[in-house]
Design a protein around this ligand. Structure first.
Ligand SMILES: [Zn+2]
Ligand SMILES: [Zn+2]
Length: 323
């Protein structure tokens, strides 16, 4: 690899302004998910199910688990919506054992206390101590949230809901930022969102993913030519900001092994990206390494393709995916 190649991963710089993820467009009311759950066949069924309830700067939350038990990844979507969608898919509030948090930005933590107090007081919050401290500084989250906390540490595996989680460092401007490698049987589901660059540890886990939920935040030309003020463009483009579609796609094309079965693009910008552009960028990258790409629809001509590719909707729920 020459020096230019390594510039796929932007070098850290100092002085990036840190503040919450936000989006200055109006928050749209959520619409309900599609009525017909898609259940694409995978080459080697893992037994895991996955559903996203929203993805992006307006709110992030997803379920991962089996039909018996699972976890919520982040808590940035109203639990009224989350548990209604889970119920439609046969998952009771009692089946949710934990919330695992990637970092302390509002779009990931806003509803963490309401989720527990309103639906299942046995849910534990798994996060690093610095993420919990970030939560406790927020005026809109009850300090009683600490009664539900379970401390986790980077690179130290923990088990919950029948899965083994390992938090790894990501590069972002939250108080503390992690992705998760989630091991279930022989399968790895990797969550890697809100990251300006791909850290070595994120690369290590993502390269071994069977199921990859990776940020594909912005199209560089749309961001550069868009209406955001320059300081915000700099923050998004910076090493502790968000991930460029092409950086995510190049990483997958060049570094993720052939075991990869599913790619979920997450945290797409409303202003600086479109699902069509993000999907096309990733699809071309997957095809460049000789793989056929399905659209996650479970249609007869799609379901037997090497990799299924789907962009998580910003405001809507995804279908219920059986991986
Ligand atoms: Zn975010
Ligand atoms: Zn964030």
């Amino acid at each position: 690899m020459d020096n230019n190649e390594s510039s796929t991963y932007k070098q850290p710089v100092r002085g990036v302004i840190a503040f919450d993820d936000f989006d200055d467009s109006p928050v749209m009311p959520p619409k309900s998910g599609s009525d017909e759950p898609a259940k694409p066949k995978s080459a080697h069924g893992s037994g895991l199910s996955f559903m996203s309830f929203g993805s992006g700067s307006s709110g992030n939350c997803a379920y991962l688990g089996t039909s018996e038990q699972g976890v919520l990844i982040d808590a940035g979507v109203d639990p009224e919506k989350v548990f209604a969608e889970l119920k439609r898919n046969g998952i009771s509030p009692q089946a949710v054992k934990a919330i695992v948090l990637t970092h302390d930005h509002q779009d990931h933590v806003r509803y963490v206390y309401k989720t527990i107090r309103g639906f299942n007081k046995n849910i534990a919050v798994y996060c690093t101590m610095r993420v919990m401290n970030g939560l406790l500084r927020r005026h809109n989250i009850s300090r009683r949230i600490k009664e539900y906390k379970v401390d986790i540490w980077h690179e130290t595996p923990f088990k919950v809901a029948g899965m083994e989680f390992t938090a790894f460092e990501t590069s972002h401007d939250g108080t503390d930022n992690v992705g998760f490698n989630i091991r279930f049987g022989e399968f790895n589901f990797v969550v890697a969102t809100d990251m300006g660059v791909i850290t070595d540890r994120a690369a290590h886990y993502m390269s071994q993913a069977h199921f990859l939920m990776i940020e594909s935040n912005y199209d560089r030309a749309m961001l550069d030519n868009g209406r955001y003020p320059e300081y915000l463009k700099s923050r998004i483009r910076g090493p502790r900001g968000h991930l460029d579609n092409t950086v995510a796609a190049r990483f997958v094309a060049e570094q993720v092994g052939a075991q990869l079965q599913w790619v979920f693009l997450c945290h797409l910008s409303n202003d600086n990206n479109t699902p069509e552009i993000a999907l096309a960028t990733m699809r071309e990258a997957l095809q460049s390494r000789g793989q056929t790409v399905g659209d996650a629809s479970n249609a007869p001509d799609q379901r037997d393709r090497d990799v299924q590719l789907y962009a998580l909707p910003r405001y809507d729920s995804s279908p219920w995916f059986v991986l």
